[in-house]
Structure formats: structure tokens, C-alpha cells
Design a binder for this molecule. Structure first.
Ligand code: CO
Length: 499
């Protein structure tokens, strides 16, 4: 291997390790750390993040990347090394534009803002959070100003989560699906509602846990390279491709959070466990983007886990574990888990309404950044859009503008990745079905090896080598296209609600 590439890999290994240490501290914080550890943990995390940023913007790395330019031009463009140089140079260029004083101020502001958000949400009082969010919006505007080369200020923010993606592209995609999704929800609302009362009863917590483990073991989650713990807000994290951990949440009186939460996080983890070993500790072992990551979690949660073939296989087993379901026929169960019901809370939203929650946030974020909406007006703007898109108005700020943690952490530019993930999942699904005509048959028999192998080959192993649009194009033959998702929703809910 070229000596300079080797040198680059050496520098990147240490940066990767610092990020993994930070992730490990974060994992502990959200699973086992006692509340008293919060302050010390905050200091430790801040130190590691600072060290990682220093390494990631060091003159040594900059000089090396400069020296590697001529070599990069001679490499096969899709090779690991060519991509490694390209992605690292890109990250370096972005990171060095941000002064460390901005990072310090951002960290301090968001630490306080998160505390204020918790209090504001508890008291359902937006005014407690408002001054903090005003500072955060100003800081995000400042951040965008460090990147004058982007067409729209929001591009700079979006680009951190979806490399190469433009605000205009996302807007166009969302504009094309919004009327169709609103129309679908109205059509569903005009039909008799399905019954899901049987999902809301007492389900033994440890039996739920074991059932979830059984399902994801069958999906192919590798327990020798992972583990599952409890967390209030489930997440997946990794400390290398051989240690990819998931968390889940179990509600003793409602089956859905464990069932679909476990499958969702497993979908993220299968991606992490499936990256090619050659990419380990290079920074390329992360996923292509948040949207591509979310496409994997959604694929296992929804396309697989909320499908009829899946439950043809697993429902008898679930009834064995929970005999209280023995009187509920499969079709009734299937309709129940797919109930469409416009709700206030995004994380509880069904497949048909979910994207509307995201569109509302994207529109608000863009308007905030452009200065067209002021923070003080947010509760009203929020409630107005909820009424317009979903036909419901939150009774208070806790169930409205204060429901998500993201803005308190400064993560403006993040939300659209959730909806894009849904779209990509359906687009990939159509392609898989073309390549594997007996996919439904396999799922009905509880067989997932071929599906996982397909995802590994086409998506997982590449890590972050390709930008999201590039990857989707390579896999499906076109860029992110919402048509597949609309086809999927229309067919599925047309059958369930007899539209
Ligand atoms: Co997710």
C-alpha cells in the first residue's frame, strides 16, 4: 500500500477511535449511568469531542490530503482508497471552515437548551425553551454563513446529515407527495376504523423481550457482535463493526413499542454489522447518510415487520407466547398493527401519516433559517400546520412544538432524513422484489438470509463510500423517487381500509 495512504489510515484510525470512545460514553449515559453522573459525563464527552475535532482539522491531516491529490487522480474512482481520500477531504474542508469558538458556544448553548427543553416539556411551557431556541437558530444561521458556496443556507445544514443533498431536491420530493398523502389520510378517515384494542392489554415484559430477541435473531442480528439493552429512547450505536449495540423499550400494556422498536433498531444494526471489514476505523464504516440508515431500519420494521407474510410466519408463535391473542384472527391482528390514526406525536405515527409530521418540521426549519418565521411564533405556526395536514390540533405545547428533542441539541437540518428514509425503503423494496420474485414466500417461511445478503451486497458493505443519491441510483437505477412509497401506501392501506 502507498505509504501516504497508510499514513492517512493511521490518522483516521485514531479519529475513529475517539468517536467510538465518545459513543461508548453516550451509550452508557443512556443505559446504565446513574443520574448523578451527568455532569462528569458532560465534561468527558466535551473533552473527547474537542480532541476528535482537533485531530480532524489538524494541519498534518490537511497537508497529507494535499499531497494525496495527485495519487487520488490516478486511482480507480470507486476504489476504497479513492473514496477514502475524497470523503476525508470533504469532511476536512467542512470542519476547518468552522471556528472552534463556534463549536464551544454551540456545545454550551445546546447543553443548557436541552435542560431547558426537558423542563419546558414537563411544564408544557414553550416560553421556558424559547430564548434557548432563539440562540440555537442564530447559531445555525451563523454556521450556514461559514459555507457561502451553498445555494441555500439550509443546504449547509442538510449536507452534514445527507452529503450532497440539496434543499431544493427535498422540497420537490415533499411537494410531490404531500397532496397524495393528505388525500390518502382523508380517504381512510371516511372509512370505518380498524380495531386495535387487543394490542392494549397486559403483556408480560420479559416474554415481550424474548420474543423480540427471537425475531431479530432470525433476521440475522449477530449477538457475538452486539447486545441489546433497555433505553427510554431507543437507539443503535457502534464502537466498531464488531460491536454494534441496540436498545429497546418495553411497554407492559402495549405491544407495539417493543415489537416495532426492536425490529427498527435491528435494521440499523444489520447495516452497521454489514460494512466491509476493510473500511473499519477509516470513517467510511458509518452509513452513507442518516436517510440511507433510516431506510434500513424502516425496511425491517415496516416492509418486513408490518407485512402480512411476516405475520403468517410469526403470529402463531406470538399467540403461543401471549395466549390472550388466541381469539384474535391473523387478519384482525394485521389490520390492528397497521391502524392509521392522525396523532400529535411523530414517534407514535403510523406509516400513512408519518411523513406529514416531517414535512411540517422541514418547512418550519427552512422558514426559521430564512428568518421568515420567528421562534416566538412557533407554537401557533406548528398548530396551524398540524390542523392543515393532519386535521388535529395539539391541546398543548408538550404534544405540539415541544415534543422532539432534536432542536434543543441544535439538530436543525435532521428531520427530513426520516421521511427520505421511508421513501428510499420502498424504492429499494421494489428493486428487491424484482431481483427476488419469491421474497414474500421466503418471509412467509421465516427466511431472511437471502434478503439480508442482498442488502449487504448492494448497500451495507459500502459504508459511506457513496453519497446517498449516488448509492440509491446505483442500487435502484434512479435517484430518490417518492413514487414507490406512494404505490406502497396506496396498495397496502387500500386493502386494509377497503378504499
Ligand atoms: Co431510526
Amino acid at each position: 500500500m502507498n505509504a501516504k495512504i497508510q499514513q492517512l489510515r493511521g490518522l483516521l484510525q485514531e479519529i475513529s477511535d475517539l468517536h467510538y470512545i465518545s459513543s461508548l460514553l453516550g451509550w452508557d449515559q443512556q443505559t446504565y449511568m446513574p443520574p448523578g453522573g451527568a455532569e462528569a459525563r458532560g465534561n468527558q464527552l466535551a473533552l473527547i469531542e474537542r480532541l476528535a475535532h482537533e485531530r480532524g482539522t489538524s494541519p498534518e491531516l490537511g497537508k497529507l490530503l494535499e499531497e494525496l491529490k495527485p495519487l487520488a487522480a490516478t486511482l480507480e474512482p470507486d476504489s476504497d482508497d479513492a473514496r477514502l481520500i475524497k470523503v476525508t477531504a470533504r469532511d476536512f474542508e467542512k470542519a476547518t471552515r468552522v471556528p472552534s469558538s463556534h463549536i464551544v458556544e454551540f456545545t454550551q448553548t445546546t447543553t443548557l437548551a436541552q435542560q431547558a427543553w426537558v423542563e419546558a416539556r414537563q411544564k408544557s411551557d414553550f416560553s421556558i425553551f424559547r430564548p434557548h431556541l432563539e440562540k440555537i437558530v442564530a447559531l445555525r444561521q451563523e454556521y450556514a454563513s461559514f459555507f457561502p458556496n451553498f445555494e441555500h443556507p439550509y443546504d449547509a445544514l442538510l449536507d452534514d446529515f445527507e452529503p450532497g443533498m440539496k434543499t431544493e431536491e427535498v422540497k420537490t420530493i415533499f411537494d410531490s407527495i404531500r397532496p397524495k398523502q393528505v388525500e390518502l389520510i382523508r380517504a381512510i378517515a371516511s372509512k370505518p376504523q380498524v380495531d386495535d384494542a387487543f394490542l392494549h392489554q397486559s403483556f408480560d415484559v420479559s416474554r415481550q423481550w424474548s420474543f423480540g430477541e427471537e425475531v431479530i435473531t432470525q433476521f440475522g442480528y449477530d449477538w457475538k457482535r452486539g447486545r441489546q439493552d433497555k433505553a427510554a429512547h431507543p437507539f443503535t450505536t457502534e464502537f466498531g463493526i464488531n460491536d454494534v449495540r441496540i436498545t429497546t423499550r418495553v411497554d407492559a400494556n402495549y405491544l407495539n413499542p417493543m415489537l416495532f422498536g426492536t425490529m427498527h433498531e435491528c435494521g440499523h444494526a444489520l447495516y452497521g454489522q454489514g460494512v466491509a471489514p476493510e473500511l473499519e476505523r477509516t470513517g467510511l464504516e458509518r452509513g452513507a447518510s442518516l436517510a440511507v440508515h433510516e431506510s434500513q431500519s424502516r425496511l425491517w420494521e415496516n416492509l418486513v415487520g408490518r407485512s402480512l407474510p411476516f405475520w403468517k410466519h410469526f403470529y402463531p408463535r406470538l399467540q403461543q407466547v401471549f395466549p390472550q391473542l388466541s381469539g384474535i384472527p391473523l387478519t384482525k391482528f394485521y389490520k390492528g398493527i397497521n391502524k392509521v390514526h392522525p396523532s400529535f406525536i411523530r414517534v407514535e405515527a403510523d406509516e400513512a401519516t408519518y411523513n406529514l409530521h416531517i414535512m411540517l418540521r422541514l418547512e418550519i426549519e427552512i422558514a426559521l433559517l430564512e428568518g421568515k418565521v420567528l421562534v416566538k411564533d412557533l407554537p401557533d405556526v406548528w398548530n396551524g400546520k398540524m390542523q392543515e395536514y393532519l386535521g388535529v390540533t395539539p391541546p398543548n405545547d408538550e404534544k405540539g412544538v415541544l415534543q422532539d428533542i432534536h432542536w434543543s441539541g441544535g439538530m436543525i437540518g435532521y428531520f427530513s432524513t426520516y421521511a427520505l428514509g421511508n421513501l428510499i425503503s420502498a424504492q429499494i423494496w421494489e428493486k428487491i422484489n424484482l431481483d427476488m420474485p419469491d421474497l414474500n414466500e421466503q418471509i412467509r417461511s421465516g427466511k431472511f438470509e437471502a434478503l439480508l445478503a442482498w442488502l449487504r451486497e448492494k448497500i451495507h458493505r459500502h459504508g459511506a463510500k457513496f453519497e446517498p443519491q449516488e448509492l440509491v441510483q446505483r442500487v435502484t437505477g434512479s435517484k430518490i423517487d417518492p413514487a414507490a412509497y406512494i404505490r406502497y401506501l396506496t396498495k397496502k392501506f387500500g386493502e386494509i381500509y377497503d378504499l
